[in-house]
Design a protein. Structure first.
Length: 167
């Protein structure tokens, strides 16, 4: 069983270079239920989402990672302050090789990151979806992972993972 905050921390470390021009805000409570998952796959999912958030939003803007427990699941969200994703593309961005904007062709990318994310998340029994923020322009990716029955209710780590890093 794994505490999501640990994996978020590892992914943020690995993504440090590609997010160096962004502000990073993390809010993962210490009392989240533990999850049954493959930490290597889960970290890769978070890394791909951080890579996108940094690539498709302006430098100096804020990338926010937040988590909470919800009705038998743990939710992890990554949101940015970029242009967001057109409504009719929200499902297609998970297709292999799909890229939204013509302009994206000048940015390095193959259109594989999100299809890998969905494959990994679903292989661990979870779900991932894309949406746009309602409070301001920006994309938000939501991962929902089921809390296993045998998991203790509270995996209290005593220490909250809360990062507030300026660019
Ligand atoms: P790579 O294989 O290197 O990840 P990619 O980033 O183009 O290439 P995906 O990560 O699968 O591929 O993303 C698919 C497309 O979805 C992107 O090309 C981009 O058009 C759109 N997209 C993904 N994340 C965001 C985001 N945070 N904001 C806006 N558009 C996004
Ligand atoms: Mg990508």
């Amino acid at each position: 069983l794994h505490y999501v905050g640990d994996i978020v921390g590892t992914a943020l470390n690995r993504a440090r270079k590609i997010t160096s021009e962004h502000k990073i805000e993390v809010d993962i409570p210490p009392d989240l239920p533990m999850l049954k998952l493959d930490p290597v796959l889960f970290e890769q999912v978070l890394f791909n989402l951080l890579d996108n958030a940094a690539k498709y939003s302006p430098s100096g803007s804020t990338i926010r990672v937040q988590g909470w427990a919800d009705n038998g699941s743990v939710i992890v969200q990554i949101m940015d302050e970029g242009p967001g994703i057109p409504a009719h593309d929200l499902e297609r961005v998970f297709d292999t090789f799909y890229r939204v904007r013509k302009g994206d062709q000048v940015r390095a990318g193959t259109g594989l990151g999100l299809s890998i994310c969905r494959g990994f998340v679903e292989s661990m029994g979870g779900a991932i979806s894309a949406a746009n923020r309602t409070d301001r322009p920006g994309a938000v990716f939501t991962i929902r992972m089921p809390v296993p029955n045998e998991a203790p209710d509270v995996g209290n780590r005593g220490e909250e993972l809360s990062v507030d890093r300026s660019a």
